[in-house]
Design a protein. Structure first.
Lengths: 155, 155
DNA sequence: TATTGTTATACTCTATAACTATA
DNA sequence: TATAGTTATAGAGTATAACAATA
């Protein structure tokens, strides 16, 4: 008498798997005393050294006030430095310290482990195939590579 | 001088696409004055009529206190009925009303539209291929079909 | 004593708005 | 006047704990 739950589609599976992947990645970087947003910040600063906090907030879709407290933490741990811009003394230019760069290296190997573990059930060919399909899907929705757009822009 | 962001892997793409899909689905069911958790509740009640609120909370990974307020809403709108169990008068047996069943039908067509729209960039064959790969991935992580496990059980 | 549903409380988190210093 | 960074405050949302009814 109890009906079955309807077959799961791609969209729902993406939500389910995405949440699961985010959770497991969070646990991994948690072992390095980092949150996923902080990882995103380190990555972004590495990619664009000298970035301002406002720009960082804009790129990552987070509130400037939140950037402050996260950077406070990262700076206090010697991973990031704030230096006043000489052109506009209101802004801080963010850069990674040597330790920050080293930690980013660890993060990348953690991410690689995460990727391998998560896709363990797939063959190398299948993994590559899945990657291709997901990239095309992401492209079709204008999702920028490597960035979490917040929930703000709904299109 | 500015380095590139590293190539995006499957795991990260799943997070990105999952968030995007969840957001868009939320907007669609929002037009029916429903939240995604409420949709999950309607689906679950349809699949297992007579379910108790506790059982529902357990299945969906949400707090019992939250189930109360959501069911309050759904009952007030004539979509769900609470009837005292004759065997154990502490529990309410949840069932869909005729209207609730009708609305669930609408939800399913909305979900179908969502699926088609979201995968628009893929051919039918690619869509099927992606579905297969994602299902196998979900299976390998013991993600139950059609259910959002909360963030509770991390394994 | 344990459990279902419910309500109330406390807590966290987020977003908004003020404040300073520079421009 | 406007903007970067910061701080403080208010609001939403969450989880936790207390409560009445039934077992």
């Amino acid at each position: 008498m109890a009906a079955e739950l309807p077959k799961t589609g791609v969209a729902f599976l993406l939500v389910q798997l995405g949440k699961h992947a985010a959770m497991k990645f969070g646990a991994r970087v948690g072992a390095l005393d980092l949150t996923p947003p902080q990882v995103g910040m380190l990555r972004m600063i590495a990619a664009q050294p000298g970035l301002s906090q406002q720009a960082l907030a804009g790129r990552l879709g987070m509130l400037p006030s939140k950037v402050v407290s996260f950077i406070d933490d990262l700076e206090g741990r010697g991973l990031v430095t704030r230096t006043r811009s000489s052109r506009d003394r209101r802004v801080y230019e963010l850069t990674l310290t040597t330790e920050g760069t080293e930690l980013l290296g660890e993060i990348q190997s953690v991410a690689a482990e995460h990727e391998a573990d998560f896709c363990q059930a797939l063959s190398a060919a299948e993994h590559a195939q899945l990657l291709d399909l997901l990239r095309r899907l992401a492209d079709s929705h204008d999702l920028p590579p490597g960035i979490h757009p917040g929930y703000r822009d709904i299109r």
